[in-house]
Design a protein around this ligand. Structure first.
Ligand code: SF4
Ligand code: SF4
Length: 81
């Protein structure tokens, strides 16, 4: 019975750890069907993490993005989520 309790605690801690990590470190994405290619997000991004892709729509480089949220605030189409 003690062993079952310990396993339960470990599983709960693992679930909490994974949940917290996802909440504190979200990835932002661009809805290409909504993006009007205005470039506002590119201009405001402090990390130079956004560019216009081959399809003419903005795309975020997740390796550069620091999740500051500035692009979301400036997008006139609410295309970034
Ligand atoms: S969240 Fe910040 S760093 Fe990431 S793409 Fe948007 S403006 Fe750039
Ligand atoms: S600000 Fe919004 S509409 Fe403009 S290029 Fe960026 S994602 Fe597209």
């Amino acid at each position: 019975m003690k062993k079952f309790g310990l396993v339960s605690v470990i599983i709960i801690l693992l679930i909490l750890f994974i949940s917290c990590d996802k909440v504190s470190d979200p990835e932002y994405h661009i809805d290409k069907s909504a993006c009007s290619s205005c470039g506002a997000c590119i201009g405001i991004c402090p990390q130079d993490a956004i560019e216009i892709g081959k399809d003419g729509k903005a795309v975020i480089d997740q390796t550069k993005c620091n999740r500051c949220g500035k692009c979301i605030a400036v997008c006139p189409e609410n295309a970034i989520y």
